[in-house]
Design a binder for this molecule. Structure first.
Ligand code: HEC
Length: 465
């Protein structure tokens, strides 16, 4: 032990860093701040998992449109521990998103954002934003069918927004079309820019936690008054405070260990998420299917009338962002106890109900393309060779089946085409395929004349029996 002490004082003498670290570990925290206060560290632990596994992934990932897909496949099936690392990165991301939301709801319900912790809340909103953009950009790096569709459609939908549409769409795709440079930008944002911003915001957030102290558990009738709060808080700490280490820290450690273990078990049990087919330029600009935590938002857009969608796509996130930023300015004093703040409870419950309902609909309703649609069989096609049969193959390879149902097979994003031969002529079908429609990609330039005529032959042969 003596040698350890000597070593510590040797370092302390030369850096002066040991004492501040010990002071920090021993800083006083309010009593009674039990298991409600472990979510912040759960976010940090998930973030650490992301940093470590992210570095692992980066060492084999190739951010170029031609090779990204192959490199992900290599990581998933060949590289040692590649599948496990990818899976941990996936579940770590979900964990981070989940705990950011839980932490935010906890802070909101307990009024912990009130004076003097307003800037803590603001840096938390920044962290929420960075985390979501992290998730979105990470999903794009998979560079499979779904990823490429996601940006193409994101950009196309953004383009329809008034005023800022063009600008946002240019930021998303960069250079007018989805290409290697698009992927390069997403890569830089995901592995460099955002992690930097995240670490900065986390630093500020944690510094403020230490400076202002964590909020004491709210008590009914103990309102926050900016004139007296800080004095009262410090008096309370001196009287009843407990050192963070070890009195409170053990809960953080236990909880974080559970979180990381669960990420690990899920990663082993489920493995990395499947990658879709490789991206095919002729399918670009259909409909995205985002990772689960954004599904509710796309569901919201899908259920809106077309005109409203164009506006809401930008206005809604802006509205949410502004509302969140406004929270500590609307009310930074007064009661903190949830039982005295029925509106806070109502807002949280309504938001949770809306998001759950939309997420449920997003997964069950037909608005997303169905990438796993099974191929049409010769019985359904009614032929096993010739133009009609060839046309049915085109219908499959060009992704038409993702969105259209034929005799019960396929997705439901577009109209059911089982009996389209009764409605449309050969000519009309061709016009539609070449020109596209609302939420149907235009295939002009991505389909050969023969494919076009075959698929039209196939479709007009679809008639009521
Ligand atoms: C991303 C989903 C999507 C894909 C992929 C897609 N479509 Fe469509 N399709 C739609 C939607 C949505 C509509 C309705 C468009 C509208 O009303 O403006 C539609 C309409 C049509 C119609 C007109 C149907 C009618 O009853 O009026 C035809 C024909 C058609 N698609 C054929 C095709 C073919 C052939 C392909 C493949 C080459 C294809 N679609 C790929 C979504 C899709």
């Amino acid at each position: 032990m003596k040698i350890v002490d000597q070593l510590v004082s040797w370092v302390e003498e030369r850096t002066g860093l040991v004492k501040p670290v010990i002071d920090m570990a021993k800083h006083l925290v309010p009593p009674g701040s039990k298991w409600f206060y472990v979510f912040g560290t759960a976010i940090m632990s998930s973030f650490l998992v992301q940093v470590v596994t992210g570095i692992g992934l980066m060492s084999s990932y190739i951010p170029s449109a031609g090779q990204a897909y192959e490199s992900i496949k290599y990581i998933t099936s060949v590289a040692p521990f590649g599948n496990l690392i990818r899976a941990m990165h996936y579940f770590g991301a979900s964990s981070m998103v989940i705990f950011v939301f839980i932490h935010m709801i906890r802070v909101y319900l307990m009024g912990s954002y009130k004076f003097p912790r307003e800037i803590q809340w603001l840096s938390g909103v920044a962290l929420l934003f960075f985390t979501i953009v992290m998730g979105f950009t990470g999903q794009v790096l998979r560079w499979d069918q779904n990823a490429v569709w996601t940006i193409a459609v994101g950009a196309e939908q953004a383009l329809r927004a008034p005023f800022v549409g063009k600008f946002i769409s240019d930021i998303i795709v960069s250079g007018g079309m989805v290409s290697s440079s698009t992927l390069g930008h997403f890569f830089v944002v995901h592995v460099f820019l955002l992690p930097g911003l995240l670490i900065g915001a986390i630093g500020l957030h944690v510094y403020l936690v230490l400076r202002n102290g964590i909020s004491e558990p709210p008590k009914v009738g103990e309102a926050v008054d900016p004139k007296t709060y800080v004095k009262k808080y410090h008096a309370m700490l001196q009287r009843d405070g407990k050192p963070f280490w070890p009195d409170a820290a053990w809960r953080d450690i236990v909880f974080s260990t559970i979180v990381v273990t669960v990420i690990f078990i899920l990663a082993i049990g489920f493995g990395a998420p499947a990658i879709e087919k490789p991206p095919d330029p002729s399918l670009v600009n259909a409909s995205p299917r985002p990772d689960w935590y954004l599904v509710w938002y796309f569901a919201l857009l899908a259920f809106l009338p077309h005109r409203a969608e164009d506006f809401v796509i930008i206005a809604f996130p802006v509205f949410l962002g502004v509302s969140l930023l406004a929270v500590p300015f609307i009310n930074n004093k007064g009661e903190r106890s949830p039982s005295r703040r029925p509106w806070a409870i109502a807002i949280v419950l309504c938001s949770l109900a809306a998001v759950s309902a939309l997420t449920y609909l997003g997964f069950t309703e037909p608005w997303t393309p169905k990438f796993e649609a099974s191929k049409l069989t010769p019985e359904i096609i009614g032929a096993s060779s010739g133009p009609i049969y060839d046309g049915a193959q085109v219908f499959d390879t060009k992704g038409c089946l993702y969105c259209h149902t034929i005799s019960g097979h396929g997705g439901k994003r577009g109209p059911d085409l089982t009996e389209v031969g009764n409605r449309l002529t050969h000519e009309q079908v061709i016009v539609r395929i070449v020109g596209g429609g609302y939420n149907m990609p235009a295939y002009a330039g991505n389909i050969t004349p023969k494919e076009l005529s075959d698929v039209a032959d196939f479709l007009v042969s679809r008639k009521a029996k």
